[in-house]
Ligand binder design. Structure first.
Ligand code: HEM
Length: 538
């Protein structure tokens, strides 16, 4: 039907676009095409924030939060991701025994939550069985890292955030009075998560106000500290010109940073691991690159962010991350609207959009658009192109045109990381055709953190281990041990097909992920002890 689809109904008009030029134009004209804030009400649950505001209010939120998103803090995220990925692999080895684990989605969520909690808020969360790092602030650990709810709470901090994410839709769609009073289990859980999280955040805010008054700063980004400092110092100095967020806006921004910095990044790690298990050749290529760039026997604690991150991003580590963001972007459509009549140009022809037209920038559509992405016939299906398949090797193909490729994002004046999202030495997509982090001034503030986090976590996991699909549902370890290569290949193909079917069932509910208890069982094996991915190939 083409790259631009206009749906006109008696009540509204919506333009869905997978056209890179149109996407880039709309995303760049922030004031002409604001966000439809009514779509974002769920994200204001705890207070207005950087994601759910527009105009001058948004600028104020962006101004307070963006200074923390700098390269010094990216280095801190790199360290935290290494530490946490080691905690996660140790945890998998302990819990899987000789079998498999089915918790990769849950565990990548914990991994991402632990990283943003530490780098963003100074809260050091650990894996069951992982020792607390020396010098951790014990009072904070007790409240936020505890595996049992602390006094005054019925859920742990992780459970309360997890509960909110899990019940986002009931929390959005059900009026508070109904949700709080009807005896359904799902409502009870949603209410419990909301109340616990709110209480944690109120306590955290009060603690931060005291810290700021004493002049204490937390490690790294200290997002809550920065929000409190700008607001309270201004308030106390009686400044009228300064930035004044109220308490609910401070808590609202903290919520958004936990949410945005958590589920999106976790989904990318989750799907990347599933795809690496399905694509043994890519997994082996990735491990070779890790060996070359970081060394097979080095201690990840010694990896230096500034020295290594560029090469990591230009290697198969960067390619697998980019490819997951292309085929399985956590945010599948970025909504915008016209506040008043606007003109756009499609293939050289000008068109007028009336006021209140809704616009959907189709992330999946433009990222799989054969007009803008070089493609080869699919090896997996009978499709003439491989753009629906996860093929990380495409990031090593030549760019379409030097003139058209995307440049650095145009976000400098709004703070945050100003470099490109993909390595300059790789395939550079046409501007507007690769927008997992959106585009223009309202693009993702945390994209550099997300990229660094995924690169570091994958490097830690695949330096020492391989990930295979579990085959326990069809054959025992003894039976596999007796199989020849042909039988093993047939068995593994079955497991890959199951994984692909499960991945295909993913749905976008806030972010794109598996639902309804769907999961793919995996097995973590030490390198050299693989049963399938060392030989098997497509
Ligand atoms: C792979 C991971 C991530 C993806 C795919 C992603 C994607 C996006 C997208 C598509 C938007 C625009 C949303 C819209 O217009 O409705 C956005 C905005 C945002 N993201 Fe991310 N994000 C990721 C990670 C993060 C992280 C780690 C953080 C922070 C710790 C973060 C913080 C934000 C913020 C604050 C905004 C709002 C920016 C503004 O409106 O000024 N994101 N992100």
């Amino acid at each position: 039907m083409g790259d631009n689809i206009l749906i006109a109904t008696p009540t509204n008009i919506t333009l869905h676009t997978a056209d890179p030029a149109v996407i880039h134009d709309i995303a760049s004209r922030r004031e002409d095409f604001p966000k439809p804030l009514e779509y974002y009400s769920i994200l204001s649950m705890f207070g207005r924030n950087i994601v759910t505001t527009e105009g001058a209010v948004w600028r104020m939120h962006r101004k307070v939060t963006s200074p923390s998103f700098n390269e010094k803090n990216s280095a801190l995220v790199f360290r935290a991701a290494i530490d946490q990925a080691q905690g996660m692999t140790d945890y998998w080895l302990r819990t899987q025994g000789d079998g498999s684990f089915k918790t990769v989605e849950h565990d990548t969520m914990s991994l991402a939550l632990n990283i943003i909690s530490y780098a963003g808020f100074g809260l050091r969360l650990v894996w069951p069985g992982q020792p607390l790092p020396a010098g951790s602030d014990s009072s904070k650990i007790a409240r936020y890292a505890s595996f049992d709810p602390p006094e005054g709470h019925t859920l742990t901090f992780s459970e309360s955030i997890g509960g909110i994410l899990h019940h986002l839709l009931p929390l959005l769609l059900t009026p508070k009075f109904v949700l709080d009073n009807l005896p359904y289990q799902v409502f009870k859980e949603a209410k419990e998560a909301r109340e616990n999280y709110n209480l944690y955040m109120q306590e955290f805010l009060q603690q931060k106000i005291q810290d700021v008054r004493r002049g204490d700063r937390d490690i790294g980004m200290d997002l809550m500290g920065s929000l409190v400092a700008t607001s309270y110092q201004d308030k106390e100095a009686g400044s009228k010109a300064g930035i004044q967020l109220d308490d609910s806006e401070i808590i609202g921004n903290a919520f958004i940073m936990f949410l945005a910095g958590h589920e999106t990044t976790a989904n990318v790690m989750h799907f990347t691991m599933l795809e690496l298990a399905n694509n043994p050749a890519a997994q082996r290529h990735l491990q070779q690159d890790v060996d070359t760039i970081l060394g097979r026997d080095t201690d990840p604690a010694t990896w230096n962010y500034e020295e290594k991150v560029g090469a990591m991003q230009a290697s198969m580590l960067g390619a697998v991350m980019n490819e997951t963001l292309r085929v399985m972007p956590p945010v599948v459509e970025v909504p915008k609207k016209t506040a008043k009549e606007q003109t756009i140009t499609i293939d050289g022809v000008r068109h007028t959009l009336p006021a209140n037209t809704y616009l959907g920038l189709c992330v999946t559509g433009c990222q799989r658009n054969p007009r803008y992405w070089p493609a080869r016939p699919s090896k997996i299906t009978s499709a003439p192109h491989d753009l629906d398949d996860w093929v990380p090797e495409r990031w090593f193909r030549a760019s379409i045109s030097e003139d058209e490729k995307s440049d650095v994002p145009e976000t400098e004046e709004f703070g945050g990381y100003a470099g490109p999202d993909t390595s300059a030495s790789m395939f550079r997509p046409v501007r507007g055709s690769y927008i997992p982090f959106s585009d223009g001034p309202r693009s993702c503030l945390g994209r550099r953190l997300a990229i660094v986090e995924v690169l570091a976590a994958l490097a830690v996991i695949f330096q020492k281990y391989s990930i295979e699909n579990a085959v326990d549902d069809w054959a025992s370890d003894e039976e596999v041990a007796r199989m020849d290569q042909g039988q093993k290949d047939t068995l593994y193909k079955k497991a890959v097909q199951r994984s692909r079917d499960v991945i295909d069932s993913c749905e976008a509910r806030v972010t794109l992920k598996l639902h309804n208890g769907q999961r793919v069982p995996l097995r973590l094996v030490r390198r050299g002890e693989e049963r399938f991915v060392d030989k098997y190939d497509l």
